[in-house]
Design a binder for this molecule. Structure first.
Ligand SMILES: [Zn+2]
Length: 136
């Protein structure tokens, strides 16, 4: 059976050094591709670098709700540049979070930040969302 890991964060600093072994082990278990979701503009370069090195990685560029207040003013232009230079990329991470940490971030701000979603629609990209505790 071939599997696709549709949502992971192999660029996360907590596991980044273990990523080569994780990928190798997972490939051996039948996982053929990994959607690696960037969580902020601070890690998009790592996602791109990993996808350049590993053909099994589908690079995804986006902003997790937890990090929306940390983005620079030009984040959207930077995002567009990553999409332009990475035709295989998808959008992720985007979404809303009303969980324990997400409820500390104004939901209206989160919704407004979903302008990323509109951007991804304009550039016709697949999106990988985070919707945590958002079904109310
Ligand atoms: Zn995620």
């Amino acid at each position: 059976m071939k599997l696709f890991d549709a949502h992971c964060h192999l660029q996360d600093p907590r596991i980044f050094n273990m990523a080569p072994q994780l990928i190798q082990t997972s490939l051996g278990l039948g996982i053929t591709h990994f959607a690696v979701n960037g969580v902020s503009e601070k890690d998009w370069h790592l996602v791109k670098k990993m996808s350049d090195h590993y053909p099994c990685i589908v690079p995804c560029f986006g902003v997790h709700p937890w990090f929306i207040t940390e983005q620079n003013a030009g984040w959207l232009n930077t995002l567009k540049q990553y999409f332009n230079s990475t035709p295989s990329a998808a959008v992720g991470e985007i979404g809303l979070d009303k969980g324990s940490k997400g409820k500390e971030i104004d939901l209206t701000t989160q919704i407004k930040f979903s302008a990323t979603t509109r951007t991804c629609q304009r550039i016709e990209k697949t999106g990988f969302s985070s919707l945590r505790s958002c079904f109310w």
